[in-house]
Design a binder for this molecule. Structure first.
Ligand SMILES: Nc1nc2c(c(=O)[nH]1)N=C([C@H](O)[C@H](O)COP(=O)(O)OP(=O)(O)OP(=O)(O)O)CN2
Length: 229
């Protein structure tokens, strides 16, 4: 298992973020027959926890890494948990575990928990609001485009929306119009991409676009949904 640690001090408050990797397989057995993720398959998971540390000397999040290593590493997740092992339900489980086992034992407060099945997909639990979001990054020849989606709770299998439902957006990014926009990378780019997603993909899925981020070398752009849109 790999682990990394980062410390940030802002407004006199110390936030520590620690990442832990583990390898595991799972079967998403509540998906329809024929969905590839129903079958046994594996991921190199990364879990990142960020916490406010009220006493710097006692801000070590490694007990989470120990729990992940002992409970999930090189195991079939279905045998280790009683819920459907999607990224969303896993992140909720880990946030609850953190609260029950770490917040009660040391002076820290969870800020966020992120579970990544792959380098381009993740689920995030917000420690302040309890909100769950998912994120998917598409790689283009001009940089990465990251979508964040939320929803009113999870669906019956434990998804906000299947990452697979977002694939048409990846296809759109390769189309000539979007490709030209990405190459020009003007200020309207992220709003155009968000508008296309909202008009063409959102009506067909249950997730709601929260933000779009484009990072193309020197140019970055962020669109965030306003309350009224
Ligand atoms: N909202 C969620 N959607 C999906 C989850 C999940 O946990 N939450 N999990 C899966 C599967 O585990 C699947 O293995 C990952 O699927 P996908 O993103 O499609 O990843 P791939 O590497 O298989 O993508 P390709 O682009 O097809 O290579 C599915 N969805």
């Amino acid at each position: 298992m790999k682990a990394t640690k980062e410390k940030c001090v802002a407004d006199g408050q110390v936030t520590v973020a620690q990442s832990f990797g583990f390898s595991a397989s799972h079967e998403l057995r509540q998906l329809p027959a024929g969905h590839k993720c129903r079958r046994n398959h594996g991921h190199n998971y990364t879990v990142t926890a960020s916490a406010l540390v009220h006493d710097e000397a006692r801000g070590d999040l490694s007990p989470l890494g120990d729990y992940l290593a002992a409970t999930f590493d090189h195991r079939l997740l279905n045998e280790q948990v009683t819920f459907h092992p999607t990224s969303e339900l896993l992140v909720v489980h880990l946030a609850e575990w953190f609260r029950d086992n770490m917040e009660s034992a040391m002076p820290i407060t969870l800020v966020e928990m992120v579970v990544s099945e792959t380098a381009t997909t993740s689920a995030r639990y917000d420690g302040v609001t309890g909100e769950i979001t998912i994120s998917k990054t598409f790689t283009t020849s001009h940089g990465g485009v990251t979508l964040v989606l939320g929803a009113d709770g999870l669906d019956e299998v434990g998804f906000i929306t299947d990452f697979g439902d977002l694939k048409p957006f990846g296809a759109y990014l390769q189309a000539p119009d979007a490709d030209a926009g990405l190459r020009a990378a003007g200020p309207a780019l992220v709003a155009d991409l968000a508008g296309w997603f909202v008009d063409n993909i959102e009506p067909k899925i249950r997730g709601r676009l929260v933000s779009v981020r484009v990072g193309s070398g020197a140019t970055t752009g962020l669109w965030e949904r306003g309350d009224a849109s």
